[in-house]
Write a protein that binds this ligand. Structure first.
Ligand SMILES: Cc1cc2nc3c(=O)[nH]c(=O)nc-3n(C[C@H](O)[C@H](O)[C@H](O)COP(=O)(O)OP(=O)(O)OC[C@H]3O[C@@H](n4cnc5c(N)ncnc54)[C@H](O)[C@@H]3O)c2cc1C
Ligand SMILES: NC(=O)c1ccc[n+]([C@@H]2O[C@H](COP(=O)([O-])OP(=O)(O)OC[C@H]3O[C@@H](n4cnc5c(N)ncnc54)[C@H](O)[C@@H]3O)[C@@H](O)[C@H]2O)c1
Length: 496
């Protein structure tokens, strides 16, 4: 049964990072009447399950980071021994009883409690900004009408001159036989217990490397990482990729580069065989208890009425938008992962704010994609802002100066951990402008956020050099790299 129409200035479909930010700002900054539609809460997303806060809060950044924290304590405990701590009764070599153990299920219970709290908070954030929160599945009927199907099947019609699509993305599986036996990141973040056997993670991107670290830190069986390239994290700075790969191996993750999974065979509960072809073309088998496919995500464009109103998609299946997040249909806008620009929470937030200003603030506003910093929370993490060495060479004319520092963090000199931190600056020689900063090592994301401000301000290398360091810290290395490691000729045409 359909109720009568309700009228708003904006109807947003999706209360994830982009949708919440846009709805909240539109209502509180510009005083417009907003309805935000979101599916009922649940940990694993589906056609009928979502929740205020979206991917980031419920099945992305936040739960992932909590598990990364959880996994990292093993390393802290090991390092503490080097500083004189008798952890777990002494922990001498071979002292099994003293080996610290981890209880995954208790971490997950606490994680889930925190996520439920945040889900409630996000609903409240919307309500307190004056946004009408509508629970159900939203679909566009015509450019000014969104139909919402509530969990009980009842329907509401919401009308507005502006409709914002912020439905995010979903994980994809590679289409191999037995793919149904593999889990995706949603499932991994909701696992009540870890399986009693090795885990295989497929992929080498953000999610694959982050989960390989989470499992390595918490699981007592082997963790395998299988990927099609020769190195993890395609698209990141080559030297950083190499460093991350070495760190993964040093921390006990079994890496299988240059291989192609072909089939997952299920022998019984928690008994799988992963069939794959290696670089030499040999067909191999890996017996595992669980396979996590972390092989990418795609925009969530199905079932929201796009065909009915003629909203265009691009070749990758994302909603096509102009620089102000407008689709080809007047009055219909889109932000966040559904537009597949840069699929990160802070970018969805920026796009949501720019949208609100464009639609209701009287000023068409473009999101600014220059120098967007990001971090991969593998262990230790990688963080980056600006051009990689390879991108800088390709983009600019003139010489590119590269400064690289590789050192053992002070903490490890005593704990004995054999792991190096990598820091790197990419500089345009002629203009002295710092084009990129990259780091693999403890605290890299925390350090990189500050450097992102410097790059946004157009910092020159001379300004890095004249900045007084904080001593003793790892971060000071970024302002004391005086000796060029190499100079390479740029092959591009851009000038600064
Ligand atoms: C495992 C994982 C870890 C991540 N870690 C990080 C990180 O550390 N840092 C980072 O910056 N980014 C991270 N990301 C990416 C980040 O989560 C996304 O870029 C961000 O959430 C995108 O926000 P969004 O608003 O576009 O979409 P989402 O947050 O996905 O929100 C979309 C919302 O729309 C709802 N929805 C969909 N269809 C409908 C419908 N028909 N009706 C009603 N509601 C609907 C969904 O339920 C969902 O709540 C991670 C992603 C994953 C999967
Ligand atoms: N820390 C963060 O900011 C963070 C964390 C997680 C996710 N994210 C966002 O979510 C997005 C999705 O993450 P993701 O790790 O799933 O994607 P990704 O694009 O980073 O990695 C996908 C991986 O799957 C591999 N792959 C794809 N198709 C394949 C195939 N057919 N066969 C074999 N391998 C295949 C790719 O080579 C790549 O290694 C990221 O791009 C990022 O924007 C961000």
């Amino acid at each position: 049964m359909t109720s009568s129409e309700e009228h708003f200035d904006l109807v947003t479909i999706g209360a994830g990072s982009g949708g919440v930010r846009a709805s909240r700002f539109a209502a509180s900054l510009y005083g417009v009447k907003v309805a935000c539609v979101e599916l009922p809460f649940g940990f694993i997303a589906s056609e009928n399950v979502g929740g205020a806060g979206g991917t980031c809060v419920i099945r992305g950044c936040v739960p992932k980071k909590l598990l990364v924290y959880g996994a990292a304590f093993g390393e802290e405990i090991a390092d503490a021994r080097g500083f004189g701590w008798a952890v777990g009764g002494g922990g001498g070599e071979g002292d099994e009883a003293a080996t610290p153990t981890h209880d995954w299920s208790s971490l997950m219970k606490l994680k889930s409690k925190e996520i439920q709290r945040l889900n409630t908070t996000y609903g409240n954030i919307l309500r307190s900004a004056g946004v009408t929160f509508v629970e159900g599945r939203g679909a566009i009927l015509d450019p000014q009408t969104v139909e919402v199907t509530a969990p009980d099947g009842s329907k509401r019609l919401l009308r507005a001159k502006n409709v914002l699509i912020a439905t995010g993305g979903v994980a994809t599986k590679i289409p191999i036989e037995g793919a149904e036996h593999a889990i995706i990141s949603d499932d991994a973040l909701a696992l009540e217990s870890l399986p009693d056997g090795p885990i295989a993670v497929l992929g080498a991107g953000y999610i694959a490397t982050e989960f390989a670290g989470i499992f390595r830190g918490t699981h007592r069986h082997a963790v395998h990482l299988l990927f099609r390239g020769d190195k993890v994290l395609r698209g990141f700075d080559e030297e950083c990729r190499q460093q991350v790969q070495e760190n993964l191996v040093r921390r006990g993750i079994v890496t299988h580069p240059n291989c192609k999974p072909t089939r997952i065979e299920k022998l019984g509960e928690g008994q799988l065989v992963l069939h794959y072809v290696n670089a030499e073309g040999a067909e191999l088998q890996l017996p595992v208890a669980m396979v996590l496919m972390a092989t990418g995500r795609k925009p969530r464009v199905e079932g929201i009425g796009l065909e009915a109103v003629g909203v265009e998609l691009d070749a990758a299946g994302a909603i096509k938008v102009d620089e102000f997040s407008r689709t080809n249909v007047p009055g219909i806008w889109a932000v966040g992962d559904v537009t597949n620009r840069i699929n990160l929470t802070p970018v969805a937030l920026m796009e949501g704010m720019a949208f609100a200003k464009s639609a209701f603030g009287g000023e068409l506003t473009k999101p600014d994609y220059r120098d967007v910093a990001s971090a991969v929370f593998c262990q230790p993490p990688l963080a980056t802002v600006g051009y990689t060495e390879e991108q800088a060479i390709k983009e600019f004319s003139g010489n590119i100066d590269v400064y690289v520092s590789r050192f053992r963090p002070m903490k490890y000199t005593i704990s004995g951990r054999d792991e190096k931190t990598l820091m790197k600056l990419v500089v345009h020689a002629e203009s002295d402008k710092v084009l990129g900063c990259h780091m693999v090592g403890p605290d890299a994301p925390e350090i990189m956020q500050g450097l992102a401000v410097a790059l946004k301000c157009g910092a020159r290398k001379a300004q890095f050099d004249s900045t007084v360091g904080i001593h003793p810290s790892a971060a000071e290395e970024f302002v004391t790299m005086r000796t060029r490691t190499r100079t390479l000729p740029g092959t591009g045409t851009s000038k600064l």
